[in-house]
Design a protein around this ligand. Structure first.
Ligand code: NAD
Ligand code: AKB
Length: 314
């Protein structure tokens, strides 16, 4: 069996914390090196190696890859949609250069695999709104979406030209209780649970009828590992896979929360994030991921809400 040593970049973020812990369970604590620009997340402390790393510093990244005998990289560092609209050039620079640094080093050091997530943000106002297919019109209108779409084609290019085994998933908005979301348009669907428990009310920055594709974190982690462990012959998409979990509006999630906290109240104060949400599809067709590597979600809105409250109350 080939011994893998994995570097997770952006390990202190919303996905990074949980993905690092899941990878450590599979590959062993010492074989998964967590890294981030910010300090190590409390949940990761004592569970395995951590290095402070700026992915924009290619030389430093290269040294770490060689020094730690890294065979796979999971690149999670990025600026998300809402923060990206506030600072477009920063978002473009980080989202593009981090990927190019990783792809170049992976090619040079002949790494076994690279993982880099894309997003439903690649889709724009001209994409189909309902069950948006894998291949369709893609004209993103946010800098985040543009950077993800360009990134998908860099992954495809490195695979076709250099044979690099780089794989990607277009995540929907992710909902989790372990670590905080990092500046996206779908973040309301995490904040609403915290506010429901603490304040019994929530002011939403999206309109009540804004449907978006969403997914519970355990499903996102399951999909990532399932796709990364699939044999190469099962991976037909080298840009990025559509995957779907659930779709709901703020009004629907509020109604589900009221089943647990009847006095919970929601109000609406849409801001600049409404325009971003309006540009995205309401639901995703993930037939290709289902057929290629057997994707199947476990959580719907009802099951996720029960699990969120169980864990947040603890
Ligand atoms: P996040 O913002 O929570 O975490 C990103 C992490 O990257 C942070 O801990 C940050 O400190 C780190 N980082 C930033 N700049 C860095 C640098 N120069 N060097 C090293 N680390 C740096 O983001 P997330 O939600 O965990 O997202 C991870 C990936 O998944 C991103 O590519 C994002 O676009 C994608 N994604 C996330 C969602 C979601 O809902 N969370 C949905 C679709 C796609
Ligand atoms: C965001 O809202 O920016 C992210 C995403 C869907 O990529 N959660």
């Amino acid at each position: 069996m080939i011994r893998e040593k994995i570097l997770v970049i952006g390990a202190s973020g919303q996905i990074g914390v949980e993905l690092t812990m899941a990878l450590r369970k599979i590959y062993g604590n010492n074989n998964v090196v967590a890294s981030d620009l910010r300090e190590e997340n409390d949940l990761l402390k004592g569970t395995g190696p951590y290095v402070s790393l700026d992915v924009m510093n290619k030389e430093m990244l290269h040294v770490q890859v060689i020094r730690q005998n890294i065979t796979q990289i999971y690149l999670l560092a990025a600026i998300l949609s809402a923060t990206g609209e506030k600072n477009p050039s920063l978002a473009w620079n980080l989202n593009m250069q981090s990927l190019l640094n990783v792809l170049d080093i992976a090619k040079e050091e002949k790494l076994h695999k690279v993982y880099w997530p894309s997003s439903i943000a690649v889709f724009g106002p001209t994409s189909p709104k309902i069950r948006c297919p894998q291949q369709t019109i893609i004209e993103p209108s946010t800098v985040y979406g543009i950077s993800k779409y360009a990134g998908e084609f860099w992954c495809n290019y490195y695979h076709n030209r250099w044979g690099l085994d780089v794989r990607s998933i277009r995540y929907p908005g992710l909902i989790s209780y372990k670590s905080e979301p990092g500046g996206g348009t779908t973040d309301y669907a995490v904040a609403i649970y915290h506010e429901a428990l603490e304040e019994k009310k929530y002011e939403c920055f999206l309109q009540e009828d804004t449907y978006l594709p969403m997914m519970y974190m355990p499903d996102a982690i399951k999909a990532t590992i399932q796709m990364m462990e699939a044999p190469e012959s099962k991976i037909s998409i080298r840009t990025s896979y559509n995957i779907s979990g659930m779709s709901f509006s703020p009004k629907e999630i509020a109604a589900e929360i009221q089943k647990h906290i009847p006095e919970f109240e929601i109000s609406y104060q849409p801001d600049y994030r409404q325009q971003i949400a309006n540009s995205w599809p309401q639901s995703i067709d993930d037939t290709v991921a289902r057929n290629d590597w057997g994707w199947q979600e476990d959580y719907d809105l009802q099951r996720m809400t029960a699990d969120m409250f169980d864990n947040l109350e603890k």
